[in-house]
Design a protein around this ligand. Sequence first.
Ligand code: AHM
Ligand code: MG
Length: 335
Amino acid sequence: MNPNRNLVTLDEFTIMQTRQFSQATGELSTLLRDIGLACKFINKQVNKAGLADILGAQGAVNVQGEEQMKLDVFADEVLINVLKNSSDCAGIASEENDHFVAFDDEHSKNSKYVVLFDPLDGSSNIDVNASIGTIFCIYKRVSPLGQVCTEADFLQKGRNIMAAGYVIYGSSTMLVYATRLGVNGFTLEPSIGEFCLSHKDMKCPEKGKIYSINQGNWSKYDDHIRNYLNFCMESDQETSRPYSHRYIGSMVADMHRTLIKGGIFLYPADKSNANGKLRLLYECNPMSYLIEMAGGMSTNGHDSILNLQPTELHQRVPVFIGSKQMVEQLQSMLS
Ligand code: AHM
Ligand code: MG
C-alpha cells in the first residue's frame, strides 16, 4: 500500500489556509466543515429523490408564496441542525424561513459568525433530475458577543462576507467556496465520504461565449435588456458572436458553468417582477462574492451587487453576473 496520497480534503485545505495567518482561530474552517457535513446529508437524499416518497410537493408555501418541495424542507432542517450544533455559529437566516434564527445557548451567543443560505436552490428541477444546489455565505456578526445575534448581523453588505460558496448536486457533487484568498472547488469522493480538492484557484474567464437568461420572458423585458439580447444573437466574428444560449433554470448549475467556461448570467427586472426574482441575501450576494473573488463581476445594472445595503431579509434584486468583460459590455448598454 502506498502511504503517499495526493488527495487533499476540504478540512485539510481550510486548516492549511488558516495556518497562513498567525491570528486566525480556525472558526471559519470549522464552519466550512459543518456546512460540508450538512451538504453530504442533503446530497444523500437528493441522490435517492427519484426512489423515495421524499420526492414531491410538501403542500406548504414558503415566505415568497412558492410551493415547497419536501427536499427543501429537509435541506433547511439539516443545515439548521448542523449549524446549531456547530461550535462557531451564532445564528442563521434561510430563504425558506420568514425570520432569522438566533441560537440562544451560551456557546452560540459567544460565537462570532452568522450563516445565510438557500438550502436547495432550483428545487423545481428536482423532479426532472437536473442539477440543483445549496448556496451559502458567512459573515462576522456586528452585534456584541455574549448576546443573541440580531437582524443587523444578517443585513450586511455583500462586501463584508468572510466566505461564500455553493454545493452543486450534479453528475458529481462539488463544493466550491471563496474567501479573500481565492476560489477552490472540491469534489465529493463517495468512497471516503470527503470533499477533495479538485479545482484549485478557480478563475472566471475574462470573456465567454455563453449568455444565460430566461428568454421566454422577452415580452416582459425593457428595451435595454432586449437590445442586449439582440447583441448576443448578432453575428460578429471578432467578438465570437452569436453567443450560445444556455439556461438550466437552476442558478447554481448555470453559475457553475459560468465560473468554469465564462459567460454571463442575467436575471433582470421585468414587467411582473420589479426587482427580478432572485434574493439578494441568499443567492445574489454569495454568488457575486464568489465570482468577484474569481476575477469576474456582478451588478444590478447600476452598482456592484456587493455594495448594496440590504433592507430586508427576503429582498430581491436584478442581477447580471459572470465574465468581467461581458458584464461591463452589458452595463454600458443599460445606461
Ligand atoms: P428557487 O430559490 O425558488 O429555487 O428559485 C430560484 C431559481 C434559480 O435557481 C433560477 O436561476 C431561477 O429560479 C429560475 O427562474 P425562472 O424559472 O423564472 O427562469
Ligand atoms: Mg433559491
